[in-house]
Design a protein around this ligand. Structure first.
Ligand code: ZN
Length: 366
């Protein structure tokens, strides 16, 4: 194992449009460059990992001994050459060069590249373009044949001595090391790249979907001579839930959960119980306008988890029916709704079958 890994994290991020350099922004709860570093460490494939940066102060984590930080140059090719010069004294067999702006490669790809170096001097991952590409020569447009064009990725893997020789003698500034081989008519082995191994280039590339959570709780007293409604359906039972509306604790909790997640107060704000217009109203009618607010604000539900707390009736018997009803009312896949029945060991009002309570937690995204 005489492999070395170079991470280039000294770019100027000209296209990124942010005050902070791209390689140090937070991405999936870590600085961007840390993703590549972590994978190289976990793979245990490398004797040394060289991290090339322009500003060492930006590194906020403690680095293990096998990681060496060096200062980069003006252009990408300068930084790469500085790193190659630094590792020369260790007499490396193989070297992989990687852009820190690609945090999503797999450790499997590292293995594939190193295996490929047994038979090749240069191995680089490529994918085909999803978009069709045009190019212009003297104001005339041409189509690039998609079947014979490739998008190149990093890490790119090389026999150290061959790459070093080319890098020392390079006259032009190259975008990547594969270009050195191609410009000198040397063979480059293309291996299958990864669609997820995309380069973070623009600010939009790192915008992550935010999740919001809301919690809902409701309890109603059970009274004789009333129908019992739970989750929008009628359940055969000796009593029903007392309330200004039909007392459907499941739907009321869901409404509060959704409003909570949208940060829009609570059910009482929307449906005050001193308004005669809501007297004895069926709860699905209360849910509908809330779903409309959700849609109008471009929210969608990720999932719901519901605890129905009662001694009787037994939830297991009606679970499927309730889930089906909720799925319909919320326009949400049944698989994204979970309903649990909880008893309270005959304790208190709920245990004596005098009340039913419900709590819901829901997650939404915008
Ligand atoms: Zn209620």
């Amino acid at each position: 194992m005489n492999n070395y890994f170079i991470i280039l994290a000294s770019g100027q991020s000209k296209r990124f449009n942010s005050k902070k350099l791209k390689q140090f922004i937070s991405y999936k709860n870590k600085a961007l460059f840390e993703h590549s570093l972590e994978k190289a460490l976990i793979s245990k494939l490398f004797k040394k990992i060289i991290l090339v940066v322009n500003d060492k102060k930006q590194i906020k984590i403690k680095l293990p001994k096998i990681v060496k930080v060096i200062k980069g140059g003006k252009e990408r090719s300068d930084s790469s050459l500085l790193a190659l010069k630094y590792i020369k004294k260790f007499k490396p067999t193989n070297v992989l060069i990687h852009d820190a702006a690609r945090p999503n490669f797999s450790i499997r790809l590292l293995h594939k590249l190193i295996v490929s170096l047994k038979r090749n001097k240069a191995s680089i991952p490529v994918i085909s373009s999803k978009d069709s590409i045009k190019y212009k020569v003297k104001n005339q447009l041409f189509n690039l044949n998609r079947n014979s064009s490739y998008l190149t990725q990093t890490p790119q893997a090389f026999k150290f001595n061959d790459l070093y020789k080319l890098s020392i003698n390079q006259k032009i500034k190259v975008q990547d090391e594969a270009t050195l081989f191609i410009e000198n008519n040397l063979k480059v082995k293309f291996i299958k790249g990864e669609n997820l191994n995309n380069k973070i280039t623009y600010k939009e590339d790192v915008s992550e979907t935010k999740k919001y959570y809301g919690i809902g709780f409701d309890i109603h007293r059970l009274v004789k001579n009333k129908k019992l409604y739970l989750g929008g359906i009628k359940i055969p039972f000796h009593s029903g839930l007392k309330g200004h509306s039909d007392g459907d604790v499941i739907i009321h909790s869901i409404i509060d959960g959704l409003l909570g997640a949208m940060r829009k107060k609570d059910i009482g704000t929307f449906f005050p119980d001193n308004k005669s217009k809501f007297k004895d109203i069926r709860s699905p009618k209360l849910l509908k306008p809330i779903i409309n607010i959700l849609k109008k604000n471009n929210f969608y539900i990720n999932n719901l988890d519901i605890n129905l707390i009662c001694e009787q009736p037994k939830m297991s018997k009606y679970r499927d029916k309730i889930l089906k009803s909720l799925s319909h009312l919320l326009n949400l896949d049944k698989k994204l709704i979970n309903l649990k029945g909880k008893t309270v060991e005959k304790l208190g009002l709920i245990g004596k079958e005098k009340a039913i309570a419900c709590e819901v937690i829901c997650s939404i995204s915008q």
